[in-house]
Write a protein that binds this ligand. Structure first.
Ligand code: PLP
Length: 359
């Protein structure tokens, strides 16, 4: 039994299995996306582990600060910064050897101040967030030639690979035209596919950028790759009591007992990352049984119906994970709370102790 009141077990063997399965399916080397503290898994621990895997070519983070954290932990792989570069961040890029993803002319201007003028260039093929347009190519070709900028990679991004095949395939076509027109002498890497995107054919691409699937969550229902949960989230039962028919539970009494009940309080609330919207909707697993969350989830605790379950104080409730025949995924929680698994995953808060499992 674990010491902490709540833990997120991070299973690195499962991470290894997932990323290997993805590599074997896509047959392309990988940019491992570990932004947002590796989607809540702990960027330093995940980064150190990935640092030793040959077919991981790059680590990707969102910001320079995130890249700095990895370098300070002595992580050696090349790191690309997806969010690009701001003027005031030039020193961080230089001091920590980070590669910016350049997606506008302001950023291209900053590259002149980098010791090492290596970049990945990003094009907007339909996401409409970051990226140059195809129409910018002529100007880019001139600027990179004049300023001796080395384009090591070119990328684009899918907004709807999970839901819109036609749109996504058209993006690949536009991306191919861009690659054909771009005059980049030492171009080594071309990448557009994210976790959901690997189901599409992109023969001229030679890297894939993987986040969600590596952490064991399927981006689409019929995902062609076998995945294992990397994070299991557990919390302890800290109180058990009986309540009588007709009594209300938790703030605002949104749940009223329709019979005499036994309830457990677990040490996990919305401050730990359990969405309050899951109140009276979600379940946890206690001693191999699913048990309902009743009443409003509170900041530090949630209340569980254990009327039909044998449990004692100190037993664990599984919030994300599996036991016996029961399983709860990030996607299950996202579906119940009208969001996406990404948001639940990176929302598991700092208070939840990360325990690394290597088997
Ligand atoms: C976050 C991110 C990814 C990873 O996406 P997943 O769906 O988690 O695989 C890839 N590319 C870019 C640009 C991203 O921001």
């Amino acid at each position: 039994m674990f010491l902490h009141r709540s833990i997120a077990e991070i299973n690195l063997e499962n991470l290894k299995k997932n990323i290997t399965n993805i590599y074997n399916y896509a047959k392309k080397e990988i940019i491992a996306v570990i932004k947002a503290d590796a989607y809540g898994h702990g960027a330093v621990n995940i980064g150190r582990f990935l640092d030793k895997i040959d077919f991981v070519k790059y680590l990707a983070v969102a910001t320079a600060e995130e890249g700095k954290e990895l370098r300070e932990a002595n992580i050696k792989k090349p790191i690309i910064v997806l969010g690009g570069i701001l003027k005031e961040e030039i020193d961080i890029f230089n001091n920590f050897n980070l590669v910016p993803v350049i997606s506008n002319f302001y950023q291209l201007e900053q590259v002149k101040s980098l010791k090492n003028r290596n970049i990945h260039l990003k094009f907007d093929t339909g996401m409409h967030r970051l990226g140059f347009y195809k129409e910018d190519i002529e100007k880019i070709n001139k600027l990179i030639f004049d300023n001796c900028i080395n384009i090591e990679g070119v990328m684009s991004h899918f907004p709807s690979a999970d839901i819109d095949k036609e749109f996504t395939e058209n993006q690949i076509k536009i991306f191919q035209e861009i690659i054909n027109q771009l005059k980049a002498k030492n171009l080594k890497y071309i990448h557009i596919q994210n976790s959901a995107g690997i189901i599409y054919n992109c023969d001229f691409c030679n890297l894939i950028r993987i986040g969600l699937a590596m952490y064991g969550e399927k981006p689409i229902k019929d995902y062609p790759v076998e995945l294992n949960q990397v994070m299991q989230v557990k919390a302890k039962i800290i109180s058990i009591k009986d309540i009588k028919k007709g009594e209300g539970i938790s703030y605002c009494h949104t749940f009223k007992a329709d019979k005499d009940m036994k309830i457990a309080v677990i040490s996990f609330g919305y401050a730990d990352g359990l969405p309050r919207a899951l109140s009276n909707k979600g379940e946890v697993i206690i001693n191999n049984n699913k048990a309902k969350i009743i009443g409003n989830i509170t900041m530090d605790m949630s209340i569980i119906d254990i009327t039909d379950i044998d449990a004692v104080i100190g037993d664990e409730a599984i919030i994300i994970g599996s036991a016996g025949n029961q399983k709860i995924t990030f996607t299950d929680i996202a579906n119940l709370t009208n969001t996406i698994p990404y948001e639940i995953m990176c929302g598991i808060s700092k208070r939840v102790y990360r325990e690394i499992i290597t088997e």
